[in-house]
Design a protein around this ligand. Structure first.
Ligand code: DP6
Length: 422
């Protein structure tokens, strides 16, 4: 049965970015992208950061084609994408074998057009949201999405990029490493949805450093090959996963903050233990760590070192680059922004300032200025040069992938009626 709508097998979707608080670093299988440890992330709001993808299947298309941020990519060279598409087509083929009346979409070629709303220069990993949108989009375009569970879809997204599996869910998401060699049990599961802890906010502090970092795929394998410290990390992560899930279930910010910062520190320690060493943190990152540590110390009391303190106000975490992501409870965001403002002076021009602060501006002005002045003098850190930070992105915890349009939609589709990017 042929459809009457010429573009019935098109869908446009969006998918979110996620930032881990227990990091994935290391693969036990590099072709199936099976990790050496489980990980856990927060999905960030798509209202602020997202990949949008249009997928169309059409009998007239001669080959699979992909456009990423306006540029056509050679699909055949993208092994990971080929793997994701092959698995999704295999699912469709099984459906068609079971029901001969179904359109033979498994044999049709796909046009995929994808765009991130954040600049690559923002230094945020786009592979997670990109592969999540690709997997979710193709699954819906060829009608397999309702036949498999969301965790099953996450397993397919994982074949594109490990961290992408976590972007198939909103809220707080674990990627359970699994134990099977074929990876069927290495999937993402939702630990708590986006409404669970509504006070949790995220600030991304984008460091001005255009230096090309070691890509995570290559970096993590070098770590697996050379770092003995990684083996100790792998031994510790199961307990940390349990503690983190508990902290989230109890909305225990102190435990959450401590575990988040310790895990980020440990991840960067195994990077440094890699040989030759990998350094993702730069002077700006280290200044952020110093500021947040000194700020927390004003409230965690008694000068005691060690774990299990109460009174944390901000938690930093860094991925494979110099940008900091701060997880902060809403009530403390104005104060943290005021401190960041003092120690990392923003640009002076009005237009530049507007762009620099973005939505973060909504939080500003409600802090207690006297209290902030007092904190600034007690923290006693030397302010960095103006321009050390490129911008601040303020966002919160958000939902999983969204369907923006089923079928061709002149306003929403990234493909024109002719099947080429608009
Ligand atoms: C530091 O998922 O980008 O962000 O699986 O090789 O595509 P591949 O790697 P990728 O690695 C992400 C590493 C990280 C930590 C994390 O997100 O858990």
């Amino acid at each position: 049965m042929l459809s009457t709508n010429p573009h019935a097998f098109e869908v446009t979707v969006s998918a979110p970015v996620n930032i881990a608080v227990v990091k994935y670093w290391g693969k036990r299988d590099t072709s199936l992208l099976l990790p050496t440890n489980s990980s856990l992330s927060l999905t960030l709001s798509q209202d602020d950061l997202r990949s949008t993808t249009t997928v169309r299947a059409d009998p007239s298309f001669e080959r699979d084609r992909l456009w990423l941020n306006g540029k056509e990519e050679d699909v055949t060279k993208n092994k990971r994408m080929v793997n994701v598409v092959r698995e999704l087509r295999a699912l469709r083929q099984r459906m068609e074998q079971d029901d001969a009346s179904l359109e033979k979409l498994s044999a049709q070629k796909l046009h995929v057009c994808s765009q991130n709303n954040f600049p690559t220069a923002a230094g945020l990993a786009s592979s997670a949201s990109g592969f999540a949108a690709l997997t979710f989009g193709i699954a819906h375009a060829i009608g397999v999405a309702d036949k498999v569970s969301r965790s099953d879809l996450s397993r397919l997204a994982r074949l594109g990029s490990g961290s992408a599996c976590r972007s198939l869910f909103g809220g707080f998401v674990a990627w359970e490493m699994g134990s099977r060699p074929d990876g069927v049990d290495s999937v993402a599961v939702q630990v708590a949805d986006e409404s669970h802890w509504p006070d949790m906010e995220a600030l991304v502090l984008v460091a001005s450093d255009a230096r090309k970092d070691t890509p995570s795929t290559a970096g993590m394998q070098l770590t697996v090959e050379t770092s003995e410290l990684l083996q100790e990390r792998i031994r510790q992560v199961p307990q940390r996963m349990q503690d983190m899930k508990q902290a989230i279930a109890n909305k225990d910010y102190d435990a959450f903050a401590e575990l988040t910062m310790m895990d980020s520190n440990q991840f960067h320690a195994v990077c440094l233990d890699t040989f030759p060493p990998i350094t993702y943190l730069n002077d700006v990152s280290r200044a952020v760590i110093h500021l947040i540590t000194a700020y927390n110390a004003l409230f965690t009391g008694d000068g005691r070192s060690g774990r299990g303190k109460k009174g944390y106000r901000a938690a930093y975490t860094f991925d494979a680059g110099p940008n900091a992501v701060l997880y902060i409870l809403k009530e403390h965001v104005p104060e943290v922004l005021a401190l960041v403002n003092r120690f990392f002076p923003p640009p002076e021009g009005e237009g530049e300032r507007k762009e620099y602060f973005g939505r973060a501006a909504n939080f500003m002005g409600s802090e207690n200025v006297k209290a902030v002045d007092d904190m600034v003098s007690r923290i006693g850190m030397k302010p960095l040069e103006r321009g050390s930070l490129r911008r601040i992105i303020s966002t919160s915890v958000g939902d999983g992938p969204r369907i923006l349009a089923r079928g061709w939609n002149a306003h929403v589709s990234l493909l024109g009626e002719d099947g080429l990017p608009k």
